[in-house]
Design a protein around this ligand. Structure first.
Ligand SMILES: NC(=O)c1ccc[n+]([C@@H]2O[C@H](COP(=O)([O-])OP(=O)(O)OC[C@H]3O[C@@H](n4cnc5c(N)ncnc54)[C@H](OP(=O)(O)O)[C@@H]3O)[C@@H](O)[C@H]2O)c1
Length: 258
């Protein structure tokens, strides 16, 4: 039978990168929908503020840098023993350095290390637990920026494209193991990450609305949770065109090189 979405009675939700932006709002929305949530990120003070926003015991915080492989495995063990079995994992950590100079250098390495390496560090200890249990749900946050290369975001687009391919590939195996695999591809959402952008962001969405759409998607078996629809389809169609059209249209639409 196809894996089903996890429910609060199955265990706890784990949200990574929950100290701000999309992750923070997803934590609060999951609590509203009946989940107990283990949340992790690096900034302890931001996590403490978030914990205080929910009734006692509904949000448990874990300080974690996901680029630390051993620490990530240790936090998963702690959540499982202190909070309960992880039924739903929302792997949301991500970073982007707009206008990075040089175009490809240390910042590109760091972006791939956090976005791709960090996700692997989370999946490596988590998946065997869920596979052994024969149930669970994992949603990895990629981006519509992973559909194709966009100007000024080479490492970010590469990391998100890799995450989409990673999740697509994993789904073939996890389907047979009872584990629901999903990928989340938001367009522009107003968060500290996009506050750094100095260009117009089409169809910009507020983070609480994004969190609601994500949580609606988490309650389905749909592989891809992507929004807003206009942005998603525009980019999906553009990436199916011959490259000469793609480069011309995207340059015109974005103003080209950044
Ligand atoms: N905003 C958008 O328009 C948009 C669109 C598509 C996809 N996304 C994706 O959505 C996700 C959330 O981004 P956001 O926009 O909400 O940005 P954000 O507010 O900057 O959130 C990023 C989160 O990741 C955490 N984080 C960063 N590096 C980390 C590390 N090494 N270890 C552990 N936690 C780390 C941050 O917390 P600490 O600093 O406390 O560690 C923070 O909680 C990212 O994957 C992003 O790529 C965003």
């Amino acid at each position: 039978m196809a894996p089903r979405p996890a429910r609060p009675v199955d265990g706890v939700a784990w949200v990574t990168g929950g100290s701000s932006g999309i992750g923070r709002f997803v934590v609060l929305e999951l609590v509203r929908r009946g989940w107990t949530v283990a949340v992790s990120a690096r900034r302890e003070s931001e996590l403490a503020t978030l914990v205080a926003e929910a009734p006692s015991g509904r949000i448990l915080s874990y300080v974690l840098d996901v680029t630390d492989r051993a620490a990530t495995a240790a936090v998963i063990s702690r959540i499982e023993s202190e909070a309960g079995p992880i039924a739903l994992a929302f792997l949301n950590v991500g970073t982007h350095v707009p206008g990075a100079k040089p175009l490809i250098g240390e910042e590109a390495r760091m972006t791939l290390d956090v976005n791709l390496g960090g996700t692997i560090n989370q999946l490596e200890p988590l998946l065997p637990i869920l596979q052994h249990r024969g149930r669970g749900q994992v949603a990895v946050v990629a981006s519509v920026a992973g559909y194709g290369g966009l100007p000024g975001a080479a490492a970010y687009c590469a990391s998100k494209a890799a995450l989409i391919a990673l999740c697509t590939s994993l789904k073939f195996t996890l389907d047979g193991d009872g584990v629901l695999m999903q990928v989340v591809c938001p367009g522009f959402v107003r968060t500290p990450l996009t506050d750094k952008n100095d260009f117009p962001m089409p169809f910009l969405m507020e983070a609480d609305e994004a969190a609601r759409r994500i949580c609606d998607g988490l309650e389905t078996r749909r592989f891809e949770i992507a929004f807003p629809r206009r942005m998603v389809w525009l980019l999906k169609v553009l990436t199916k065109l011959p490259y000469s059209w793609y480069f011309w249209l995207v340059s015109r639409g974005t103003g080209g090189a950044r």
